[in-house]
Design a protein around this ligand. Structure first.
Ligand code: UD1
Length: 418
């Protein structure tokens, strides 16, 4: 197991580059199963979750090669309709093979994803949508079993905005017979990116960037090649690192239009921002202002940046209230931040963050991907040394985070512990 040793109170300055978006790449990899050829995805970072997905696709019969930031997926020999427990338990996004395999092989078995550190995470919307498209779905012995004689277009209303259910349903509907309409679809950039890839493959999806999507089923999809979008969560994490610093930090290779809500909140906290086509420079405030925050579906403030923004608020001059409406139990980082002498209380799923003068280094434990990023940010500004253990969580979704942050002045050492 590895851990980070972080020397705090460092001044960051300079330019840090964002990698491709994990949450756009995972569904893109699954979408490649819908063709019988070789698709190529570019701007691929080195992340554990992408390795897990590659492993799953190989189990299913695809060939996956990843070299120099480009991934080739040859789905000619896809034949095995199962996502086994060992892989789904490592990564919930394995559920993305449900729609493509149901379409391609007419049957699929996916281990039922359990809860995780950020709370209970049901998949009912995915399953209902597959049923609406004409699949028979049952859950037995910990596995979701779905079968069909051929999917047929339908009108589907999502009772909750769900990125995963929207994408899975799109991937099932593109080759279904007739028209499908999705209402209250998620509008996250990762959904748009999947639509763009599917349309490049020959799908007919209208309504990109809106909550109503219309899909006209086609007979066949062909392999495609696409550059993956930059990771807006990684970009947001680095912007918050800049806001916590004393000098300007420039975040490069990002897409500012995907970060509107985050940029608004940084401005409210007192940051100045210089925004160009693919770079954002954050000029930190002399004193951080308290900001109330509610996470919401896109274009609202992303739940995946809630923990990191909370770190910024621990040093604000006043009290901030933070509510995660997407995952109301996503507060595992709070107890760890309080170990660093933050002053945060949780009352009915709202975190009240009373700003303190400084954080004080301590040993803390990473509990999930984004919470780990928050602990790294906190360690970078705390007095003294912070040790973050269980950092395998962070490697799931941040490429070489310590190397990137050290390149702008952080002092983070990765250490193997037995
Ligand atoms: C994706 C992201 C995750 C992010 C989340 C919300 C990936 C791999 N993961 O997860 O990082 O935090 O979007 O932006 O892209 N829900 C149901 N039933 C369902 C599905 C979801 O009730 O069948 C609920 C969830 O519990 C949650 C809300 O809908 O409250 C949104 O979840 P969803 O958008 O589906 O998250 P994921 O796609 O799993």
């Amino acid at each position: 197991m590895e851990r980070f040793i972080i020397q705090g109170n460092r001044n960051l300055a300079g330019t840090i580059k964002v990698s491709g978006a994990k949450n756009a790449i995972l569904p893109a990899m699954a979408a490649c199963l819908l063709t019988s050829g070789k698709s190529v995805l570019h701007n691929i970072p080195n992340l554990i979750d992408l390795k897990t997905m590659s492993h799953l696709l190989r189990v299913i019969g695809a060939r996956v090669d990843n070299e120099n930031g480009s991934m080739t997926i040859d789905a000619r020999d896809v034949c095995y309709p199962e996502a086994p427990y060992e892989l789904v338990s490592k990564m919930r996004a394995s559920i993305y093979v449900l729609g493509p395999l149901l379409t391609r092989l007419k049957e699929v078995r996916v281990s039922f994803p359990g809860g995780c550190a950020i709370g209970t995470r049901p998949v009912d919307l995915h399953l209902k949508a597959m049923e609406s498209l004409g699949a028979t779905v049952s859950v037995e012995h910990g596995y979701i079993n779905a079968k069909t004689d051929g999917l047929k277009g339908a009108d589907i209303y999502f009772t909750k905005s769900s990125v995963g259910a929207t994408i899975n349903t799109l991937m099932a509907a593109v080759l279904a017979e007739g028209k499908t309409r999705l209402f209250n679809a998620a509008m996250e950039p990762e959904v748009d990116s999947t639509i763009e890839l599917l349309n490049k493959m020959g799908a007919k999806i209208d309504g990109i960037g809106t909550t109503t999507l219309e899909i006209e089923g086609v007979e066949e999809l062909l392999p495609a090649e696409m550059d993956m979008i930059p990771d807006r969560i990684e970009a947001g994490t680095f912007l918050i690192a800049g806001a916590l610093s004393k000098n300007p930090v420039t975040v490069a290779n990002c897409e500012p239009s995907h970060l509107t809500a985050v940029l608004e909140k940084l401005k409210e906290a007192g940051c100045e921002l210089e925004i160009e086509e693919s770079t954002i420079t954050v000029i930190p405030p002399v004193s951080i202002k308290p900001v109330n925050l509610m996470t919401l579906p896109y274009p609202g403030f992303p739940t995946d940046l809630q923990a990191q923004f909370t770190v910024l608020m621990t040093l604000a001059e006043g009290v901030s209230f933070i509510e995660d409406t997407i995952f109301p139990e996503r507060y595992m980082h709070i107890a760890e931040l309080n170990r660093l002498q933050a002053n945060i209380k949780i009352d009915r799923n709202i975190a009240a963050v009373r700003g303190v003068k400084e954080l004080s280094g301590a040993e803390v434990m990473a509990t999930d991907l984004r919470a780990s990023a928050a602990l790294v940010l906190a360690g970078m500004v705390a007095n003294g040394t912070t040790i973050v253990s269980r950092i395998y969580h962070i490697d799931r979704g941040y490429e070489c985070i310590e190397k990137k942050l050290n390149s702008i002045g952080a002092n983070i050492i990765r250490e193997e512990v037995s």
